[in-house]
Design a protein around this ligand. Sequence first.
Ligand code: NAD
Length: 308
Amino acid sequence: MLKVAVIGLGTMGPGMVARMARGGFEVRAFDTSDAAIDRARVMLPQIGAVLDQLSITPLASGEGAISFHRDLAEAVAGVDLVIENVPERIEVKEEVLRAISPLVAGDCVIASDTSGIPITKLQAFVVNPRRFVGMHWSNPPHIIPMIEVIPGAATAAEVVSFISETIKGLGLIPVLVKKDVPGFVENRVLYALLRECVDLVDQGVIDADALDTCVSWGIGYKLSVIGPMALLDMAGLDIYQSVSGYLNADLCNAATVSDAITSRTAAGRLGMKTGGGIYDYTPERIKELGAERARKLVATRRVLEGRD
Ligand code: NAD
């Protein structure tokens, strides 16, 4: 049974821990915050119920054990894989990776769930860069089956295979990112979309809620069935050539972040976590949205997998 340590139990950690335990792994869950550990403990049964709805059942040998740790050396002792999952700030990742690296065996693989810091940069913080790799899960990690695998300049080919096979062994889908570009692929595509969406609302072309309807029921709904490259073939490359011929030059290419975002963050409007961002939220609405989105994502995934 594979032994894995997950370091950081914030937004992403609990779902990753639960998903890997469901796949039979022994999972050590570590955080420096007692509140994060307490929250993860509360979330595990709720996440387990969502995994049941996805028909992700435990192996015949049963679920893997989950243990919680406040001592880093104890958490990583004897594990095959450590997944660094701490906040997306390079100085925090440096401190954590420098702490983990001397505590693990020479053949242990250290992976980072960074959303886009180049793996080649993070590799400089570990003793054995050949055994360091990007493993970028998508949120919510217990529901979205795709995980990007990103080798840095020094990552050994066998480590890329090990991570890809580990992901497949869980019944998930590894996608190899061949060049270690900032943001990898998922976030480059997402941020290109978000920049254009924010700009369209800024310019008064459309209201925020109408934009969400347009994208979710238009390209969003379609893209879950037909990927962008297949969509090019479906639309016709001649159409793409003529539309992008006049449209590309008109699209937002701002190198800075929109004032509509920075003025909100300066005022503490960070989104759901502070009760408001683009939209306003009550605590009840946040609960409702969480349940509704999980239910819809589960139902969509079941249909896409041909289960319903
Ligand atoms: P988060 O801020 O919600 O949680 C981070 C956790 O790390 C917190 O519980 C914090 O207490 C803990 N932590 C801080 N310092 C620590 C330390 N020194 N040792 C151990 N734990 C420590 O972050 P998140 O959203 O879960 O993101 C984690 C990583 O995953 C980031 O690199 C992020 O970019 C990436 N990621 C996030 C998402 C997302 O949608 N949130 C999606 C994919 C990848």
